[in-house]
Design a protein around this ligand. Structure first.
Ligand code: PHE
Length: 345
């Protein structure tokens, strides 16, 4: 058979091919081992030398043109197969709009997440790192390394959820983050560690078994109570978008010495006294203090050379003050009427 007519037949068949596999079959049919080209080459041995030369070059040309056509077509098919699968697996990022059009509600951020994100950003802008830590802790990180030995009455200050092995617990505060944070770095450093904490307490309007803290720690050569107050005032002014009066009262926490309760002047009455501040003019917001030398030692830091401050900000209380929420239990209610009021960071 004439190779030219074979070529036009091939081209005709090519027009119907839509899949890579079919294209490969078509190629094999024409220039594969069982195809007409192979037949032609089998007979070549009986031909004269000139004939051999002629047939060889025509056959070669035929093979090259088929290969060129196939590889061009292959590229086209591959591109269209990729496009088809992209089309099929496409993510519809317009979903939010179309859901809203159907009258359904879009999700929002939880108010605790909103405040946590804001506070992280404020601390990052002041050169702090943001660290994480596990919810399930051991006694060492929750108590011992924080200067609370087994017999210390301060263990009773925080009602603890213990695991059956009596060695593990749900962390009662984010101070656990301090210990690994110290061990993993060399002073000077500053970091915050936000997260959930757990206490085995009866719930009421201002107490939950699960709530949120944001721990902070700064260690260096000459860190002072003045530094602590400065960072706290800057933080609070950023959160409440106005300058805030603070005062320190002595407070006891085994991991700080001296320890303080930092109060802010009531933002509702400006210090005159109202129901929110129970007529005192001040609201207790933030336990803090200078890191106890024993705690620095647990973190592998020489307390003769370095010192630092630490604080534990209660995020739920801040959320309640910011948004005027009067019952902490709303925060975990999962009630969409509550949650959907807070939309973005
Ligand atoms: N970890 C303390 C608590 O949860 C708070 C705190 C943190 C106090 C850091 C002082 C310094 O009660």
């Amino acid at each position: 058979m004439q190779l030219e007519s074979l070529l036009s037949e091939f081209n005709k068949e090519l027009g119907t091919v839509t899949k890579v596999a079919d294209l490969l079959n078509l190629k094999a049919k024409y220039i594969g081992k069982q195809g007409p080209l192979a037949d032609l080459m089998k007979n070549i041995k009986d031909a004269s030398p000139e004939e051999k030369k002629r047939i060889g070059s025509v056959a070669n040309e035929f093979k090259t043109s088929i290969e060129a056509i196939v590889s061009k077509k292959m590229l086209e098919l591959e591109i269209s197969e990729i496009n088809a699968s992209l089309e099929k697996d496409k993510t519809d990022i317009s979903l939010t709009d179309s859901v809203l059009e159907k009258g359904l509600q879009a999700g929002g951020h939880h108010p605790v997440s909103i405040i946590q994100q804001e506070i992280e950003d404020i601390f990052i802008s002041m050169g702090f790192e943001v660290l994480d830590g596990p919810h399930i802790e051991d006694e060492y990180h929750n108590f011992e390394a924080l200067n609370i030995p087994a017999t210390h009455p301060a263990r009773d200050m925080q009602d603890t959820f213990w695991f059956a092995d009596k060695k593990h617990l749900l962390r009662t505060h984010t101070s656990t983050i301090q210990v690994r944070g110290m061990k993993e770095r060399k002073p000077p450093f500053r970091f915050v560690g936000p997260g959930k904490v757990f206490r085995c307490e009866r719930t009421d309007a201002s107490h939950e078994m699960v709530f949120h803290q944001l721990e902070g720690m700064m260690v260096g050569e000459d860190v002072s109570v003045g530094n602590l107050i400065y960072f706290m005032k800057t933080l609070l002014a950023e959160i409440f978008k106005r300058s805030v009066e603070v005062r320190l009262r002595p407070g006891f926490f085994p991991f700080v010495e001296p320890g303080f309760e930092l109060d802010i002047q009531c933002l509702i009455c400006g210090g005159k006294g109202c129901s929110v501040c129970k007529q005192v003019g001040w609201v207790e917001l933030l336990p803090c203090g200078m890191v106890h030398p024993n705690v620095l030692k647990s973190g592998g830091i020489d307390p003769e050379k370095y010192n630092g401050f630490a604080f534990g900000l209660g995020l739920d209380r801040l959320v309640m003050m910011r948004y005027g929420i009067d019952d902490i239990r709303h925060l975990h209610s999962g009630d969409l009427r509550f949650n959907s009021q807070f939309k973005s960071y």
